[in-house]
Design a protein around this ligand. Structure first.
Ligand code: SF4
Ligand code: SF4
Length: 260
């Protein structure tokens, strides 16, 4: 008996839409993807989008407005499996990095000169799991093409994706690189989710953490190590914060002695 195709939706909340663009850029595989799955919604690729029950929803972007939140809640209600794709969806993105939740109105005023927003209410930017259950996390800024294709293939076959649970340092060691930390270069590999094949340290550049926090990122140990190596406290915190989204907020506030 012929099996029904899985119904898939690809959605973008607040972000740069880089993950949707990467999917669109899978030119050789795109026709096969559209043959293998029933792509119900993909705003960047088609105009006949349908809201309805889904087997799998892939959602990029962070929740940064009331409209994002309502859309996410609706997608979650309609989907059997929800996959957060990209840094903003998995960790909150750069837009969640430095803002104190109590200060978003001041920051909005600094940037736009006024706090009134007419089309939707801004919210402090957060990853998807701050509001709904997320079944799988596909990190990256943007996501990696091979990891995306392997994740989608496994989901279409009814299997959970096989994603790395270790940090960039493991991939860096696989490539037999000399550790940059031993040369006095501030590298965030120990804190960062793997999947990029340690591309930066393999080119003698430090990891700045663009794939977001690794599953068991130990901020305290990395902070202590970098302090022992003589790096400036504020520089360490700023670098650790850039791509950690909301994950580092409590740690950074504790180190800075800010009362929540
Ligand atoms: S260079 Fe960076 S990613 Fe590579 S092992 Fe050292 S800390 Fe980890
Ligand atoms: S900054 Fe780190 S996570 Fe991002 S691509 Fe470079 S090595 Fe990979």
């Amino acid at each position: 008996m012929k099996k029904d195709k899985l119904k898939i939706g690809i959605y973008e909340l607040t972000g740069c839409a880089g993950d949707a663009l990467l999917i669109l850029d899978c030119e050789d595989e795109l026709i096969n993807i559209f043959h293998a799955a029933d792509i119900r919604s993909f705003l960047m690729a088609k105009s006949d989008n349908i809201d309805g029950e889904l087997d799998v929803a892939l959602v990029e972007g962070s929740v940064s407005t009331e409209r994002d939140l309502q859309e996410l809640l609706d997608i979650r209600k309609r989907s059997k499996v929800l996959v957060a794709i990209g840094l903003c969806a998995t960790a909150g993105g750069n837009q969640a990095a430095f803002l104190d939740p109590r200060e978003w109105e001041d920051n909005l005023k600094k940037v736009y000169g006024r706090t009134e927003m007419t089309h939707t209410k801004p919210l402090q930017s957060k990853p998807l799991n701050a509001y709904v259950k997320v079944d799988h996390y596909l990190p990256g800024c943007p996501i990696d093409r091979e990891q995306f294709l392997s994740t989608l293939t496994r989901l279409l076959a009814g299997h959970p994706p096989e994603l790395h649970r270790f940090p960039v340092c493991v991939e860096c060691k696989w490539r037999e690189n000399d550790c940059l930390l031993n040369r006095g270069i501030l590298c965030l590999g120990p804190l960062t989710a793997a999947g990029c094949r340690a591309v930066c340290p393999s080119h003698n550049l430090p990891c700045v953490g663009c794939w977001g926090p690794a599953e068991e990122a130990n901020y305290t140990a990395e902070y202590q190590l970098l302090m022992e190596k003589g790096f400036d406290r504020e520089m360490i915190l700023r670098k650790m914060s850039t791509f950690s989204g909301t994950a580092i907020a409590d740690f950074a506030a504790r180190i800075r002695g800010v009362k929540k």
